[in-house]
Design a binder for this molecule. Structure first.
Ligand SMILES: Cc1cc2nc3c(=O)[nH]c(=O)nc-3n(C[C@H](O)[C@H](O)[C@H](O)COP(=O)(O)OP(=O)(O)OC[C@H]3O[C@@H](n4cnc5c(N)ncnc54)[C@H](O)[C@@H]3O)c2cc1C
Length: 70
């Protein structure tokens, strides 16, 4: 279901706006859409994933020293 726009040029109307597309925001987006709501998620980063987007170490197997962590 797409957001409703009553007049040409007016802002689309959403049932919910989600700030942040980390795991919480993505899951909430999924659940609210499952309920048939029109939802928009806004993310300030260039991609989704939140912590897992911002804390990436290409090539590193583990982001801490301790081998117990991996
Ligand atoms: C380095 C690190 C390692 C971790 N390791 C683990 C682990 O191994 N296991 C575990 O369970 N948890 C771990 N965590 C905890 C992790 O934060 C949570 O698991 C989970 O990813 C949190 O998801 P979130 O969606 O609640 O928040 P976040 O992942 O923080 O997502 C919030 C998003 O909101 C966006 N945002 C914030 N303000 C705005 C705004 N005003 N406008 C637009 N966008 C905005 C941010 O850019 C971000 O993308 C770790 C955390 C860190 C920092």
């Amino acid at each position: 279901m797409s957001p409703s726009t009553s007049r040409p040029g007016s802002c689309p109307a959403y049932d919910a706006i989600i700030v942040g597309a980390g795991f919480s925001g993505l899951y909430l987006l999924h659940r609210l859409r499952q309920q048939g709501l029109t939802v928009r998620a806004i993310e300030r980063g260039g991609g989704v994933g939140g912590t897992w987007y911002w804390n990436r170490y290409p090539g590193a197997r583990c982001d801490v020293e301790s081998m117990e962590y991996s």
